[in-house]
Design a protein around this ligand. Structure first.
Ligand SMILES: Nc1ncnc2c1ncn2[C@@H]1O[C@H](COP(=O)(O)OP(=O)(O)OP(=O)(O)O)[C@@H](O)[C@H]1O
Ligand SMILES: [Mg+2]
Length: 267
Protein backbone atom coordinates (compact mmCIF):
# COMPACT_ATOMS: atom_id res chain seq x y z
CA UNK A 1 0.00 0.00 0.00
CA UNK A 2 1.25 3.51 -0.72
CA UNK A 3 2.22 5.56 2.24
CA UNK A 4 -0.29 8.18 3.20
CA UNK A 5 0.24 11.46 4.92
CA UNK A 6 -2.40 12.85 7.18
CA UNK A 7 -3.01 16.35 8.36
CA UNK A 8 -0.68 17.49 11.11
CA UNK A 9 -2.37 17.77 14.47
CA UNK A 10 -2.77 21.09 16.20
CA UNK A 11 -0.24 21.23 19.02
CA UNK A 12 -2.08 20.76 22.29
CA UNK A 13 -1.72 22.92 25.34
CA UNK A 14 1.76 22.12 26.55
CA UNK A 15 2.19 20.54 29.93
CA UNK A 16 -1.29 19.06 30.33
CA UNK A 17 -1.31 15.30 29.78
CA UNK A 18 -3.92 14.16 27.27
CA UNK A 19 -4.88 11.32 29.61
CA UNK A 20 -4.12 11.02 33.27
CA UNK A 21 -5.35 8.26 35.53
CA UNK A 22 -4.75 8.34 39.25
CA UNK A 23 -5.62 5.15 41.14
CA UNK A 24 -8.64 4.45 38.94
CA UNK A 25 -10.95 1.74 40.25
CA UNK A 26 -13.88 -0.01 38.61
CA UNK A 27 -15.97 -2.99 39.66
CA UNK A 28 -18.79 -4.87 38.02
CA UNK A 29 -20.86 -6.09 40.94
CA UNK A 30 -18.38 -7.92 43.16
CA UNK A 31 -15.79 -8.29 40.43
CA UNK A 32 -13.05 -5.73 40.88
CA UNK A 33 -11.79 -5.21 37.32
CA UNK A 34 -9.63 -2.11 37.75
CA UNK A 35 -7.93 -2.17 41.14
CA UNK A 36 -5.74 0.88 40.87
CA UNK A 37 -4.70 2.13 37.46
CA UNK A 38 -2.13 4.90 37.16
CA UNK A 39 -1.22 6.23 33.74
CA UNK A 40 -0.20 9.45 32.09
CA UNK A 41 -0.26 9.95 28.32
CA UNK A 42 1.25 13.14 26.95
CA UNK A 43 -0.21 14.91 23.92
CA UNK A 44 1.29 13.37 20.79
CA UNK A 45 2.31 10.16 22.50
CA UNK A 46 1.42 6.66 21.31
CA UNK A 47 0.93 4.23 24.17
CA UNK A 48 0.25 0.54 23.59
CA UNK A 49 -1.52 -1.47 26.28
CA UNK A 50 -0.84 -5.17 26.52
CA UNK A 51 -1.92 -7.81 29.00
CA UNK A 52 -3.79 -11.06 29.45
CA UNK A 53 -7.45 -11.51 28.59
CA UNK A 54 -9.58 -10.17 31.41
CA UNK A 55 -6.87 -7.94 32.88
CA UNK A 56 -9.03 -4.82 32.35
CA UNK A 57 -7.64 -3.20 29.18
CA UNK A 58 -10.97 -2.69 27.41
CA UNK A 59 -12.67 -1.57 30.58
CA UNK A 60 -10.00 1.05 31.13
CA UNK A 61 -10.32 2.35 27.54
CA UNK A 62 -14.08 2.57 28.02
CA UNK A 63 -13.56 4.59 31.20
CA UNK A 64 -11.46 7.11 29.26
CA UNK A 65 -14.41 8.12 27.13
CA UNK A 66 -16.90 7.59 29.91
CA UNK A 67 -18.63 4.56 28.45
CA UNK A 68 -17.98 3.18 31.93
CA UNK A 69 -18.15 5.19 35.10
CA UNK A 70 -15.26 4.79 37.51
CA UNK A 71 -15.85 3.93 41.16
CA UNK A 72 -12.75 5.50 42.61
CA UNK A 73 -9.62 7.46 41.85
CA UNK A 74 -9.59 10.24 39.29
CA UNK A 75 -9.39 10.38 35.53
CA UNK A 76 -8.66 13.39 33.34
CA UNK A 77 -8.72 13.89 29.58
CA UNK A 78 -6.94 17.00 28.36
CA UNK A 79 -7.09 18.52 31.82
CA UNK A 80 -10.82 17.93 32.35
CA UNK A 81 -12.11 15.44 34.92
CA UNK A 82 -13.94 12.73 32.97
CA UNK A 83 -17.66 13.00 33.67
CA UNK A 84 -17.42 16.13 35.78
CA UNK A 85 -16.93 19.85 35.58
CA UNK A 86 -14.75 21.48 38.21
CA UNK A 87 -15.82 24.81 39.72
CA UNK A 88 -13.39 25.91 42.40
CA UNK A 89 -12.93 22.88 44.61
CA UNK A 90 -16.30 21.37 43.73
CA UNK A 91 -16.99 18.71 41.14
CA UNK A 92 -20.33 18.79 39.36
CA UNK A 93 -21.49 15.74 37.48
CA UNK A 94 -22.06 16.41 33.79
CA UNK A 95 -25.41 15.99 32.11
CA UNK A 96 -25.82 13.37 29.40
CA UNK A 97 -25.63 15.97 26.65
CA UNK A 98 -22.28 17.32 27.86
CA UNK A 99 -20.91 13.78 28.32
CA UNK A 100 -21.92 13.04 24.73
CA UNK A 101 -20.25 16.24 23.51
CA UNK A 102 -16.97 15.42 25.21
CA UNK A 103 -17.14 11.90 23.83
CA UNK A 104 -17.20 13.33 20.30
CA UNK A 105 -13.68 14.66 20.93
CA UNK A 106 -12.36 11.13 21.38
CA UNK A 107 -12.26 8.70 18.48
CA UNK A 108 -12.70 5.03 19.22
CA UNK A 109 -11.98 2.09 16.96
CA UNK A 110 -13.00 -1.40 18.04
CA UNK A 111 -12.22 -4.93 16.97
CA UNK A 112 -15.49 -5.01 15.03
CA UNK A 113 -16.01 -2.19 12.66
CA UNK A 114 -19.62 -1.27 13.43
CA UNK A 115 -20.16 0.49 10.11
CA UNK A 116 -23.78 1.15 9.14
CA UNK A 117 -24.42 -1.70 6.67
CA UNK A 118 -27.17 0.08 4.72
CA UNK A 119 -25.10 3.26 4.16
CA UNK A 120 -22.28 3.76 1.68
CA UNK A 121 -18.75 4.41 2.88
CA UNK A 122 -19.16 8.14 2.29
CA UNK A 123 -22.51 8.23 4.09
CA UNK A 124 -20.92 6.39 7.02
CA UNK A 125 -18.22 9.06 7.19
CA UNK A 126 -20.41 12.16 7.01
CA UNK A 127 -23.17 10.95 9.34
CA UNK A 128 -21.69 12.10 12.66
CA UNK A 129 -20.08 15.34 11.40
CA UNK A 130 -23.47 16.34 9.94
CA UNK A 131 -25.67 15.27 12.86
CA UNK A 132 -23.38 15.99 15.77
CA UNK A 133 -21.08 18.78 14.56
CA UNK A 134 -23.83 20.25 12.30
CA UNK A 135 -21.39 20.55 9.43
CA UNK A 136 -22.88 21.42 6.04
CA UNK A 137 -22.98 18.43 3.68
CA UNK A 138 -20.31 19.80 1.31
CA UNK A 139 -17.85 20.53 4.14
CA UNK A 140 -18.33 17.08 5.67
CA UNK A 141 -18.08 15.44 2.25
CA UNK A 142 -14.85 17.22 1.29
CA UNK A 143 -13.24 16.19 4.54
CA UNK A 144 -14.50 12.61 4.24
CA UNK A 145 -13.12 12.25 0.71
CA UNK A 146 -9.80 13.69 1.80
CA UNK A 147 -9.58 11.21 4.69
CA UNK A 148 -10.62 8.29 2.49
CA UNK A 149 -7.71 9.16 0.23
CA UNK A 150 -5.42 9.17 3.20
CA UNK A 151 -6.43 5.66 4.27
CA UNK A 152 -6.01 4.49 0.68
CA UNK A 153 -9.71 4.11 -0.15
CA UNK A 154 -10.50 7.06 -2.39
CA UNK A 155 -12.16 4.77 -4.91
CA UNK A 156 -14.53 3.18 -2.38
CA UNK A 157 -16.67 6.18 -1.42
CA UNK A 158 -19.80 4.74 -3.01
CA UNK A 159 -19.25 1.15 -1.93
CA UNK A 160 -21.27 -0.51 0.84
CA UNK A 161 -19.42 -2.07 3.79
CA UNK A 162 -20.28 -5.64 2.71
CA UNK A 163 -18.44 -4.99 -0.57
CA UNK A 164 -15.20 -4.32 1.30
CA UNK A 165 -12.64 -6.61 2.90
CA UNK A 166 -12.27 -6.59 6.67
CA UNK A 167 -9.08 -4.53 6.39
CA UNK A 168 -10.79 -1.99 4.16
CA UNK A 169 -13.75 -1.80 6.54
CA UNK A 170 -11.42 -1.17 9.45
CA UNK A 171 -9.66 1.60 7.51
CA UNK A 172 -13.09 3.14 6.84
CA UNK A 173 -13.81 2.94 10.57
CA UNK A 174 -10.57 4.81 11.29
CA UNK A 175 -11.38 7.47 8.68
CA UNK A 176 -14.87 7.77 10.15
CA UNK A 177 -13.45 8.42 13.61
CA UNK A 178 -11.03 11.01 12.18
CA UNK A 179 -13.89 12.86 10.47
CA UNK A 180 -14.88 14.08 13.92
CA UNK A 181 -11.49 15.78 14.35
CA UNK A 182 -10.72 13.94 17.61
CA UNK A 183 -7.96 15.10 19.92
CA UNK A 184 -7.39 11.55 21.13
CA UNK A 185 -7.81 8.17 19.45
CA UNK A 186 -8.49 4.95 21.34
CA UNK A 187 -8.04 1.60 19.61
CA UNK A 188 -9.24 -1.67 21.12
CA UNK A 189 -7.59 -4.59 19.33
CA UNK A 190 -8.30 -3.07 15.92
CA UNK A 191 -6.67 -5.90 13.99
CA UNK A 192 -7.53 -8.97 16.05
CA UNK A 193 -10.63 -9.86 13.98
CA UNK A 194 -8.74 -9.62 10.69
CA UNK A 195 -7.22 -12.30 8.53
CA UNK A 196 -3.43 -12.16 8.90
CA UNK A 197 -2.87 -10.80 5.39
CA UNK A 198 -5.10 -7.79 6.11
CA UNK A 199 -3.52 -6.74 9.39
CA UNK A 200 -0.59 -4.88 7.82
CA UNK A 201 -2.72 -2.40 5.85
CA UNK A 202 -4.56 -1.33 9.00
CA UNK A 203 -1.36 -1.04 11.02
CA UNK A 204 0.13 1.08 8.20
CA UNK A 205 -2.74 3.53 8.48
CA UNK A 206 -2.29 3.67 12.25
CA UNK A 207 1.43 4.23 11.83
CA UNK A 208 0.77 7.16 9.47
CA UNK A 209 -1.70 8.56 11.95
CA UNK A 210 0.89 8.33 14.71
CA UNK A 211 3.33 10.21 12.46
CA UNK A 212 0.91 13.15 12.27
CA UNK A 213 1.27 13.61 16.02
CA UNK A 214 -2.11 12.15 17.01
CA UNK A 215 -2.30 11.01 20.62
CA UNK A 216 -3.15 7.31 20.56
CA UNK A 217 -3.88 4.66 23.16
CA UNK A 218 -3.87 1.25 21.53
CA UNK A 219 -4.74 -2.12 22.99
CA UNK A 220 -2.96 -4.62 20.77
CA UNK A 221 -1.15 -7.93 20.64
CA UNK A 222 0.88 -6.77 17.64
CA UNK A 223 4.28 -6.62 19.27
CA UNK A 224 6.04 -5.48 16.09
CA UNK A 225 3.71 -2.51 15.81
CA UNK A 226 4.08 -1.70 19.50
CA UNK A 227 7.86 -1.82 19.29
CA UNK A 228 8.07 0.30 16.12
CA UNK A 229 5.33 2.83 16.69
CA UNK A 230 4.61 3.16 20.40
CA UNK A 231 6.52 5.60 22.55
CA UNK A 232 5.60 3.53 25.58
CA UNK A 233 4.15 0.14 26.29
CA UNK A 234 2.22 -0.55 29.48
CA UNK A 235 1.46 -4.00 30.82
CA UNK A 236 -1.89 -4.62 32.51
CA UNK A 237 -2.07 -7.33 35.12
CA UNK A 238 -5.16 -8.04 37.21
CA UNK A 239 -6.52 -4.51 37.10
CA UNK A 240 -3.23 -2.68 37.51
CA UNK A 241 -0.49 -1.40 35.27
CA UNK A 242 2.52 -3.18 36.66
CA UNK A 243 5.01 -2.16 34.00
CA UNK A 244 5.27 1.08 32.02
CA UNK A 245 8.28 2.01 29.96
CA UNK A 246 9.82 2.67 26.55
CA UNK A 247 8.37 0.26 23.99
CA UNK A 248 11.60 -1.54 23.15
CA UNK A 249 12.49 -2.03 26.79
CA UNK A 250 9.10 -3.42 27.89
CA UNK A 251 8.96 -5.79 24.91
CA UNK A 252 12.59 -6.88 24.71
CA UNK A 253 13.69 -6.68 28.30
CA UNK A 254 10.74 -6.46 30.68
CA UNK A 255 11.48 -5.86 34.33
CA UNK A 256 8.50 -7.73 35.77
CA UNK A 257 8.37 -11.50 35.65
CA UNK A 258 4.72 -11.48 34.57
CA UNK A 259 5.43 -9.12 31.67
CA UNK A 260 8.29 -11.37 30.68
CA UNK A 261 6.01 -14.42 30.61
CA UNK A 262 3.32 -12.58 28.66
CA UNK A 263 5.63 -11.19 26.02
CA UNK A 264 7.24 -14.56 25.56
CA UNK A 265 3.83 -16.19 25.10
CA UNK A 266 2.50 -13.76 22.47
CA UNK A 267 5.67 -13.68 20.40
N1 LIG B 1 -20.15 -4.87 31.52
C1 LIG B 1 -19.56 -5.83 32.24
N2 LIG B 1 -20.24 -6.46 33.21
C2 LIG B 1 -19.65 -7.41 33.97
N3 LIG B 1 -18.36 -7.79 33.82
C3 LIG B 1 -17.65 -7.19 32.88
C4 LIG B 1 -18.20 -6.19 32.04
N4 LIG B 1 -17.23 -5.77 31.19
C5 LIG B 1 -16.13 -6.47 31.49
N5 LIG B 1 -16.37 -7.33 32.50
C6 LIG B 1 -15.39 -8.25 33.11
O1 LIG B 1 -14.27 -7.47 33.48
C7 LIG B 1 -13.05 -8.20 33.30
C8 LIG B 1 -12.11 -7.38 32.44
O2 LIG B 1 -12.64 -7.29 31.14
P1 LIG B 1 -11.96 -6.46 29.99
O3 LIG B 1 -12.84 -6.62 28.81
O4 LIG B 1 -11.67 -5.10 30.44
O5 LIG B 1 -10.59 -7.25 29.80
P2 LIG B 1 -9.52 -7.16 28.65
O6 LIG B 1 -8.21 -6.97 29.31
O7 LIG B 1 -9.94 -6.18 27.64
O8 LIG B 1 -9.56 -8.64 28.04
P3 LIG B 1 -9.43 -9.13 26.50
O9 LIG B 1 -7.95 -9.20 26.20
O10 LIG B 1 -10.05 -10.52 26.52
O11 LIG B 1 -10.18 -8.19 25.63
C9 LIG B 1 -13.47 -9.53 32.70
O12 LIG B 1 -13.51 -10.47 33.74
C10 LIG B 1 -14.85 -9.28 32.15
O13 LIG B 1 -15.61 -10.43 32.14
MG1 LIG C 1 -10.51 -6.29 25.65
Amino acid sequence: MSTVTMTEQEPSTTGTPMVRADRVRKSFGRLEVLKSVDLSVEAGEVVCMIGRSGSGKSTFLRCINHLERIDGGRLWVDGEVVGYRQRGNRLHELRAKEIARRRTEIGMVFQHFNLFPHKTVLENLIEAPRLVLKEPRDVATDRAIDLLGKVGLASKAKAYPRQLSGGQQQRVAIARALCMRPKLMLFDEPTSALDPELIGEVLDVMRDLADTGMTMVVVTHEMGFARDVADRVVFFDEGRIIEDGPAAQVINDPVHERTRAFVKAVR
